[in-house]
Design a protein around this ligand. Structure first.
Ligand code: PRT
Ligand code: ZN
Length: 286
């Protein structure tokens, strides 16, 4: 029988869109039009999608009900289930942080000793406190953690932060990051070899997409006598493509540039006399 890889994704919420967009970019079409749909088969890849609450995904993957799952690293850590981290996916980035009321001066982690901290992440926080030899009372709440200090429920909170605007609007300030998180793919231990082959194929596609996202395609015009210098700035995947322009003494160069040092490279190119610089996104990079 032909095997199908079962992947768990969040049914609705912050991870849903990014997870489905990633599958789509992998060329995998999934029927997800109906809101009440809990399971869907891909049309053109041996994949079945299970739509679940994010909190349940680690357990389903541990049990092998789902072979793999896309979930926040924060949830994977908190649940502590037996799953294998396959890949960090680079979206839904946030961090789990300790925060205090704005007016309270912060002197260091020791300040949390003897305090009450509200959180939806009791296991992660408890481990952090233990690792740092701190003794605080954890008050577990499942949502709206940010209002806990204002209503006298806790002295501090430990919650996810992305832009920081929720903390700000609740009169809180972030004082210590305890975990960097992003969407990750986890897999069940001892995945069936047939399914492992399907997963490898999926990861190959994801790698091509993630690599493409971190690079830009760049096209520019430059004086011919500057090609050597520019090639050093823009090494490309092998070396830049150089084509002559109709105007004598000028060439066009095509290459790729890493998003991370993009502006630095542009400044250097301008210094070498590059003109008409065009930068376009890359869809896949293999
Ligand atoms: O219904 P279900 O249980 O599936 O979803 P959920 O409501 O539990 O989770 P959801 O959709 O809110 O978040 C899913 C995952 O998205 C989280 O587990 C994180 O991995 C990731 N993520 C990324 C975030 C945030 N950014 C985030 N900002 N999850 C929550 N937040 C919340 C945070 O709790 C706080 O209340 O947003 C607020 C802070 O945001 P800023 O931008 O104001 O700092
Ligand atoms: Zn949840």
């Amino acid at each position: 029988m032909n095997q199908v890889l079962k992947i768990a994704v969040q049914k609705s919420g912050r991870l849903n869109e990014g997870s489905l967009a990633l599958l789509k970019e992998c060329g995998i079409s999934v029927d997800n039009n109906r809101k009440d749909m809990l399971i869907a088969k891909a049309f053109n890849f041996p994949l079945e999608v299970l739509y679940l609450r994010d909190d349940d995904i680690p357990q389903y993957v541990e049990d092998g009900v789902a072979d793999v799952g896309i979930v926040g690293l924060n949830v994977v850590n908190e649940k502590g289930k037996n799953t294998e981290l396959v890949k960090k996916l680079g979206f839904s980035k946030c961090h789990l942080s300790l925060a205090l009321p704005k007016h309270v001066g912060y002197t260091g982690l020791q300040q949390f000793n003897g305090k009450k901290i509200a959180t939806s992440y009791p296991n992660t926080l408890s481990k952090f406190l233990k690792d740092n030899d701190l003794h605080a009372e954890i008050h577990e709440i499942s949502g709206s953690v940010e209002i806990a200090p204002a209503i006298g429920l806790a002295d501090a909170i430990c919650d996810l932060v992305s832009s920081g605007s929720t903390l700000f609007s609740n009169g809180l300030k972030e004082v210590h990051n305890i975990l960097d998180s992003e969407a990750v793919m986890v897999a069940t231990a001892n995945l069936d070899p047939e399914k492992k082959k399907i997963l490898d194929k999926l990861i190959f596609r994801i790698n091509a997409i993630m690599k493409a996202r971190s690079f830009k395609y760049i096209i520019l015009n430059a004086p011919e006598n500057k090609v050597e210098n520019i090639a050093k700035i823009l090494p490309g995947m092998k070396s830049p493509t150089v084509t002559p322009l109709k105007e004598k003494g000028w060439v066009a160069l095509h290459s790729v540039v890493a998003e991370s040092d993009f502006w630095e490279v542009i400044d250097k190119l301008k210094d070498e006399g590059a003109e008409g610089i065009l930068v376009v996104p890359i869809e896949k990079m293999i």
